[in-house]
Design a protein. Structure first.
Length: 272
């Protein structure tokens, strides 16, 4: 869950949930349970329900808060297509088209419940906005942070790649969950005694400025990690089944420097 969405959910829990959010959640729950008269539609909704927890309303609440949060952050609004792409990854269907269809219908329900506004701005574009605001501004959370508590287990995994990069082979979710659950820590002697260098040849001032900015942002994240005992990195697989770490500033599959600073949090003596 994105930290912005978590903050909004906590804020609504402390204050008072918007009636429109509650209504939208109830209507999505009803929509997910009824017979729509179309076999394909019933199938994809059933598939989604099978991939979420037994507490359906909680999962729907998170999805609605994600929509709401994005519109608070982007006050100018988002296009219908952009919103579908933003939330489709949270829909538990294997086929990308099924995820997009379910996401589109969820957005339509939020509109019917007056949580959002949809405005036709051109023949091909509809903008989504909301009239509701929070009493406080959402904090500016740093991007690309590792997890500081054990991530929730992944229940399904899909790989997007248009028509040329798809497969229906089994993906070992257990392995991904095991990798995600490994506690890690940083080796600060490497960070303080050595300087990270760029593998790419820097020829222009703009490249140098970008590299210096990246190093500064990395150091800021390292300092934040020092406040925590351990951290966790997420993983995913490609179409050939190879497992990759998804860290940006911290990644044990990155450069030699990045590899050197990541250590296992649970250390033990190895007798040779």
């Amino acid at each position: 869950m994105q930290p912005e969405v978590k903050w909004v959910m906590d804020y609504l829990d402390q204050e008072e949930i918007l009636p429109e959010i509650q209504t939208t959640m109830d209507e999505i729950f009803k929509w997910s349970c009824k017979d729509h008269g179309y076999e394909s539609k019933n199938r994809r909704i059933k598939e989604w329900n099978q991939n979420i927890s037994c507490f359906h309303k909680i999962d729907y609440y998170e999805l609605i808060c994600k929509i709401f949060t994005s519109l608070i952050i982007h006050q100018e609004g988002m296009t219908y297509q952009a919103m579908i792409g933003y939330i489709a990854g949270d829909i538990g269907c294997a086929a990308p088209l099924d995820r997009a269809k379910c996401a589109s219908e969820v957005i339509a329900i939020a509109y019917q419940c007056d949580l959002i506004k949809i405005t036709q701005v051109s023949d091909k574009t509809m903008m989504i906005t909301t009239n509701y605001m929070l009493g406080e501004s959402i904090p500016d959370f740093p991007k690309h942070r590792p997890e500081f508590k054990k991530p929730e287990p992944i229940l399904f995994n899909s790989i997007l790649g248009n028509q040329l990069k798809q497969h229906d082979a089994d993906t070992c979710i257990d392995h991904i969950n095991k990798m995600n659950a490994i506690p890690l820590t940083l080796e600060y002697r490497v960070i303080t005694d050595m300087e990270e260098t760029s593998k790419a040849v820097i020829e222009y001032q703009e490249q140098l400025d970008e590299w210096e900015k990246f190093k500064q942002e990395s150091l800021e994240l390292y300092n934040e990690i020092t406040k925590h005992k351990e951290f966790f990195l997420k993983h995913s697989t490609d179409t050939r089944g190879r497992c990759y770490c998804k860290g940006y500033y911290v990644n044990y599959q990155g450069s030699s420097f990045k590899k050197a600073i990541v250590q296992l949090a649970n250390k033990e003596i190895v007798n040779l």
